[in-house]
Design a protein around this ligand. Structure first.
Ligand code: ARG
Length: 479
């Protein structure tokens, strides 16, 4: 295998061949740096090679290039792949982008066959193909990671299915819920995120190649074959659309933004749950950091960072939408700006999911504190109103009665469950000894026993429903 190669003897030669035939002076140094994309699109190199190999196989099968050319191209590409993997490939700014870099090296290695590869193709349909291939495999990874995070949260839900905690509305104690139920709320959110990713994947997974520069090509090509070789679900049916829309990138950054929005909501909760005022949970030390001045500090840096990073992914979405808006058909160089936001969203979502998969497995709820917090703030007041309503008092009247009960308890500085029966009966003669059953936290939880409710029994139902879904997703993991 070749070690380091040197094609910088005449760095501009390949580029000259690529397009500068009609120019009388070279591109200014600054313009070169300004308009290049190789510094960031080289990460699509493997997709670029895959796309080229499929294109070449199709050209050979359609007799546009010879079998010998195809063999040479395969051999050259194999070597280039290895050079890139080994970090020995020399990327040249002068060659603008990943496509011209790979092609120039190929021609250097195999000669004329390398120059024939670009027959019936343009960088316009080539780049659209590359980014779809690249994004497709990243979307698959993100879907798998979301699934993994769901599994971690379901395991927490199973462990804490009966752990009582305050449920909030307006950040005021509202009704008791279980910690397991709370975890499962995020499992639902991440499931919709998975669905969105899987859905947009279908639209990413269509072949632009064959559109050439914008109008199609004069060679007798077989686009269905190229699509098959690359695992695309279909061939894009309009060449102008194929090279120029990046709506799939908008969809992806939108779905990625929603992942981050969900993560950010969870982060916000972790941050305040960790605050001394709450002490609802402990996070593993390796996900927190200290302060350089306050020795006692243990800061929830990972959730805070994730909450912040949600902003940048939303920024990536705004970049994509703004980039597309007002672009005339067909390809415009502006489209080169689609890559960094898409890459940034990919990297940020994957790093964040990775952190959360590990961190959420290590979250330790502080059961006593959660229970104490659930007891403060009359969380079973609604249960008392429901109790009266079941005994024939109209709900609005019950609501009013309980409001007055709460006021009394609040004046006494006790919970409503601590008021003596005679005193409760002073508010309504419908109240009897059995009222204390509904005024406890456990009674309140157990009473919400229907699909979607917080009762521990329901949480366990949901846990087994999810486990079944996970095992259907990934039967191998069962064994
Ligand atoms: N680097 C370019 C991009 O990312 C590739 C396509 C360039 N096409 C062109 N006609 N200049 O969009």
């Amino acid at each position: 295998m070749t070690t380091e190669h040197n094609n910088s003897a005449d760095p501009l030669h390949a580029k000259k061949e690529a397009w500068s035939g009609r120019f009388s002076e070279p591109v200014a140094e600054f313009v070169l740096r300004y308009t290049q994309s190789v510094s960031f699109d080289k990460r699509m190199a493997m997709a670029d090679i895959d796309g080229s190999l499929a294109h070449a196989a199709m050209l050979a099968s359609c007799k546009v290039i010879s079998e010998q050319d195809l063999d040479d191209i395969r051999r050259g590409m194999e070597q280039i792949r290895n050079e890139i993997k080994a970090g020995k490939f020399i990327w040249q700014l002068e060659l603008e982008d990943v496509h011209l870099n790979v092609e120039a090296r190929l021609t250097q290695l195999i000669g004329d066959a390398g120059k024939r590869l670009h027959t019936g193709r343009s960088r316009n349909d080539q780049v659209a193909t590359d980014i779809r291939l690249y994004l497709r495999s990243e979307v698959d990874e993100i879907i798998a990671m979301l699934g993994h995070l769901q599994e971690v949260l379901v395991a927490q839900a199973e462990k804490e299915y009966a752990t009582v905690m305050p449920g909030f509305t307006h950040m005021q104690v509202a009704q008791p819920v279980t910690f397991g139920h709370h975890m499962l709320a995020y499992v639902e959110m991440f499931d919709r995120d998975r669905e969105r990713m899987a859905d947009l994947r279908r639209r990413v997974n269509r072949l632009p190649l064959g559109a050439a520069a914008l109008a199609g090509t004069t060679y007798p090509i077989d686009r269905e074959m190229t699509a098959r070789l690359l695992g695309f679900e279909g061939v894009m049916q309009n060449s102008l659309d194929a090279v120029s829309d990046r709506d799939f990138g908008i969809e992806f950054t939108a779905a990625a933004s929603l992942v981050m929005v969900h993560i950010s909501r969870l982060s916000e909760e972790l941050v305040y749950w960790m605050s001394q005022r709450f002490s609802f949970i402990k996070l593993p030390d390796r996900f927190t950091t200290g302060s350089s001045i306050m020795p006692q500090k243990k800061n929830p840096d990972v959730p805070e960072t994730a909450r912040g990073k949600a902003a940048r992914v939303t920024g990536d979405l705004i970049t994509m939408v703004t980039l597309m808006k007002g672009l005339p058909l067909a390809y415009n160089k502006d489209l080169q700006e689609d890559k960094e936001p898409v890459f940034d969203a990919i990297d940020t979502v994957k790093d964040t999911l990775r952190a959360f998969i590990e961190m959420m497995a290590g979250v330790e709820p502080n059961r006593e504190e959660l229970r104490k917090a659930a007891l403060a703030g009359f969380p079973t007041a609604t249960d008392l109103a429901d109790y009266l309503t079941r005994k024939g008092v109209p709900f609005r009247t019950s609501h009013d009665i309980v409001g007055r009960v709460v006021r009394l308890a609040s004046e006494r500085g006790c919970d409503i469950a601590e008021l003596p029966l005679e005193e409760l009966q002073g508010f309504s003669d419908k109240i009897s000894e059995d009222v204390y059953g509904v005024l406890t936290l456990e009674g309140s939880l157990a009473a919400r026993n229907h699909v979607g409710g917080t009762a521990p029994e329901q949480v366990l139902h949901q846990v087994s429903r999810w486990k079944k879904i996970f095992s259907e997703r990934n039967p191998a993991a069962q064994a």
